[in-house]
Design a protein around this ligand. Structure first.
Ligand SMILES: O=C(O)CCCC[C@@H]1SC[C@@H]2NC(=O)N[C@@H]21
Length: 254
C-alpha cells in the first residue's frame, strides 16, 4: 500500500464532466498515478446516478473526480471504496455544519442532512483478474448553491444550512485530508471492518421502520434497514420478519 497523495489536474477548457474526463484520461495515459485529482469550476454535462445529470453552477460547488490505484482490493471488496469515500466526505463536512448529528449516509453513498441530499458519489472500478486495478471516484458536494431547480428531489447546499458562503478551498482541503487519513483503513482488512462499522453508525434510516418500493415488481412494503451485506447490498427486514437483500436500483425509499 502506498500513502495517498493527491495531484491536482485543472483542465483549462470547459469540460463535460470531471468523471468522464478522468476515465478517458486514464485510458489514454495508463501510467496516470493514483491520487490524480481532476477539479473544475463547472461541468457542462455533470453525470449523476442512474443516468441522471448532476446540477452545479459555476464556481459554487465541489465537483472533483479522482483516481485510486494500488489499494490491493479483491473484486469482492469494492464496496469498501464506497464506504471510505462517503465517510471521508461526511467527516469533512461535519466540521462546518451547526448540527453534524443530522448528517447521514443514504445507501449506497449519498450524503444527507436531515432528509435532504447534500452530496452524491459516483464510482467505477476497473478490474484485472480478481483484483480492482483502479477506481475512478466522482463527488458532487453542494457547497454554495443558493437554490436548485424544482425538479431535483430534496437537494440542499452547505450555504443553505449555514446561511453564509463557505470557502470552497477550505472544504476541499478538509475532504482531501479525511480521504488521506482514512485511506490506510481501506487498504487493510481490519481497517475495512472499522470503516464498515462506522458506515453502519451513520446509515440513513438504519433500524427505523420505513416504507420502501421493490422496483422489480413495484410493490411497496414496510421494513427496517438492518445492515449491509458484504457485497454492498442493502439488508431490509420486512414486517413479516423476512430479510431481503437489494442491489442498487432494486429498491426505492418512499
Ligand atoms: O447522482 C449522484 O448521486 C452522484 C453524483 C455525482 C456527481 C459528481 S460531480 C463530479 C463528478 N463528475 C460528474 O459528472 N459526476 C460526478
Amino acid at each position: 500500500m502506498y500513502p495517498l497523495t493527491f495531484k491536482d489536474i485543472r483542465p483549462v477548457e470547459a469540460i463535460e464532466s470531471t468523471y468522464t474526463f478522468l476515465i478517458k484520461l486514464k485510458e489514454q495515459q495508463p501510467t496516470l498515478p493514483s491520487g490524480a485529482y481532476v477539479a473544475a469550476e463547472y461541468q457542462t454535462a455533470g453525470r449523476g446516478q442512474q443516468g441522471n445529470s448532476w446540477y452545479s453552477t459555476p464556481g459554487a460547488s465541489l465537483i472533483p473526480s479522482f483516481l485510486i490505484q494500488g489499494a490491493g482490493l479483491h473484486i469482492s471488496e469494492g464496496w469498501s471504496v464506497s464506504e471510505w469515500v462517503a465517510l471521508s466526505l461526511r467527516q469533512a463536512v461535519a466540521a462546518y455544519l451547526p448540527r453534524p448529528e443530522l448528517l447521514s449516509i443514504k445507501w449506497p453513498n449519498d450524503l444527507y442532512y436531515g432528509d435532504n441530499k447534500l452530496a452524491g458519489i459516483l464510482i467505477s472500478h476497473t478490474l484485472e483478474q480478481d483484483q480492482i486495478f483502479y477506481s475512478v471516484i466522482g463527488v458532487g458536494l453542494n457547497v454554495n448553491e443558493p437554490k436548485f431547480p424544482s425538479d431535483i428531489p430534496n437537494p440542499i447546499s452547505m450555504m443553505q444550512i449555514v446561511g453564509s458562503v463557505l470557502s470552497l478551498a477550505d472544504v476541499e482541503r478538509a475532504f482531501k485530508r479525511q480521504l488521506t487519513a482514512l485511506y490506510p483503513d481501506l487498504c487493510k482488512s481490519r481497517g475495512r471492518k472499522l470503516l464498515h462499522q462506522s458506515y453502519l453508525q451513520h446509515l440513513y434510516r438504519m433500524q427505523r421502520k420505513s416504507t420502501f418500493r421493490n422496483t422489480a415488481n413495484g410493490a411497496c412494503f414496510e421494513g427496517s434497514i438492518v445492515g449491509i451485506a458484504e457485497d454492498g447490498r442493502l439488508r431490509i427486514v420486512t414486517e413479516k420478519g423476512e430479510e431481503i437483500r437489494f442491489a442498487f436500483k432494486e429498491v426505492a425509499y418512499l
